[in-house]
Write a protein that binds this ligand. Structure first.
Ligand SMILES: Cc1ncc(COP(=O)(O)O)c(C=O)c1O
Length: 458
């Protein structure tokens, strides 16, 4: 086997990316108040802000889009979409939505009420927000291993089943309308969940008559990690593994912007007829008729093809190997990362990278700014800016960790782009002592990370 990771595709349509000079980037950074959300994407060379909706579609997906039937009701595109989802996930009811958070809003609106509790390995931020919007409490139950960035463990995304049982004991099963498992665990570093953990969680849910739902955004990447790491699965195909994962669940939510390899879309599924009816009624109110749910027929076609492409073994091999390559090459030089490398992203521990910058001076934001300045790379801070808070006395309440996420869009960048990214990170690593913190000069009342502005303390 050759060691070079080759992309299992060739390129038919290209999109230029623009080189800028260091001086230009310095000016752009200052004008954006050191917040990379405020820089135009034309001024970015390698954009690792997110893997959500930033994917490249295949020739088969583009061809399927031309087949898209835009009938308001009963479109054959919906039928093809539904068949594709059911062939992998097996649920009785498949309901399209414009993206994952719309699916979450409808699911929680129908299932949850004030005083309820919804456990998850780790709620993604839109999942938490939609759950709490109904008055329910969103509870994270990661395992202790999942909370130690440098620890090597094959399934750091697992849900802590011991704590789940204690929670059910404490609050009572009647207050828990559903349990969720997010695969892979995005907020926990893109770490996978084992089949054994999904099975054990289902067994607990079954004993208490609580339905289990999967937040399925990165189901294909999770299936491939099970194939690579869990005994008994090495000879199974990713499709067989995905089918088994979903066989333990009563339904799912899905952002198709991830492992359906499209730019927009989502859906949700359930085996519960009554629930599906209530969900469709709500869907009509805000998303659209149940055979399009806020999407065009062509979007449904692209999702139908993409779901199966995401399960192709050569694609998953390249995807996981390429993300790991980035992580392993920087870790080998001492860069502290969340270990082992996740499926869709590498998370650098910015507090450990820049120990001389206190968390209240935003080491994650400073590091993101530095990677942009050095090489035009856009990443995102997941730390004190995102999860911390400045109170009315100007005191900064810091987040639990200061991470920098480099999320890899699917099929977009080549091996040389990844090599370049490694080079840039290592150059910044070599001169890390000279990087200075940042002072927050503006924050919005909520979701401050999108619009915050900073002054350099350098
Ligand atoms: C685990 C997880 N759940 C839900 C969502 C929400 O999906 P969307 O952005 O399509 O609303 C995301 C998006 O990043 C996610 O990563």
């Amino acid at each position: 086997m050759a060691r070079t990771i080759i992309e299992p595709f060739r390129i038919k349509s290209v999109e230029p990316i623009r080189q800028t000079t260091r001086e230009q980037r310095q000016k752009l950074l200052e004008a954006a108040g050191y917040n990379l959300f405020l820089i135009a994407s034309d001024d970015i060379l390698i954009d690792l802000l997110t893997d959500s909706g930033t994917n490249a579609m295949s020739t088969e997906q583009w061809a399927a889009m031309m087949r898209g039937d835009e009938s308001y009701a009963g479109s054959p595109s919906f039928q093809r979409f539904k068949d594709a989802v059911q062939s992998i996930m097996g649920f009785h009811h498949v309901i399209p939505a414009h993206q994952g958070r719309a699916a979450e809003r409808i699911l929680f609106s129908v299932m949850c009420k004030k005083g309820d509790v919804v456990p998850n390995n780790t709620h993604f931020d839109t999942t938490r927000a939609n759950c709490e919007f109904t008055g329910a409490e969103a509870v994270d139950l990661p395992t202790p291993e999942g909370l130690q960035p440098s620890l090597q463990h094959p399934f750091k995304g697992n849900l802590d089943t011991g704590r789940l049982e204690q929670l059910i004991e404490r609050v009572g099963a009647q207050r828990i309308p559903l349990v969720m498992i997010t695969v892979t665990n995005n907020s926990g570093g893109g770490q996978p969940v084992s089949m054994a953990n999904i099975k054990a969680t289902k067994a607990i849910c079954g004993r208490h008559n609580i339905p289990l739902y999967i937040d399925a955004c990165r189901f294909a990447e999770n299936a491939y990690f099970i194939k690579l790491r869990e005994p008994g699965y090495s000879n199974k195909t990713p499709l067989e593994i995905a089918r088994e994962m979903f066989s333990y669940a009563d339904g799912c939510t899905m952002s198709a912007k991830k492992d359906a390899i499209v730019n927009i879309g989502g859906f949700f599924c359930t085996n519960d007829d009554k629930l599906a009816q209530a969900e469709r009624n709500l869907l009509i109110l805000t998303e659209g008729f149940p055979t399009y749910g806020g999407l065009a027929g062509r979007d449904l076609e692209a999702i139908a093809v993409g779901l199966h492409e995401a399960l192709q073994q050569d694609y998953l091999h390249y995807r996981i190997a390429s993300t790991a390559y980035l992580g392993n090459h920087i870790a080998a030089e001492g860069v502290p990362i969340v270990q082992p490398p996740g499926g869709h992203a590498i998370y650098i521990d910015a507090r450990a990278f820049l120990p001389h910058i206190p968390p209240a001076k935003f080491p994650g934001v400073a590091l993101a700014a530095e990677l942009y300045l050095e090489g035009g790379i856009r990443s995102v801070e997941i730390g004190t800016l995102m999860f911390g808070k400045r109170d009315e006395h100007g005191v900064e309440h810091i987040g639990p960790m200061d991470l920098l996420r480099l999320a890899i869009p699917r099929r977009v960048y080549t091996q040389s782009h990844i090599d370049y990214t490694v080079e840039v990170i290592l150059e910044v690593w070599r001169r890390r002592d000279r990087i200075r913190g940042l002072e927050l000069t503006y924050q919005a009342p909520f979701l401050r990370h999108f619009t915050a502005r900073f002054r350099s303390l350098g």
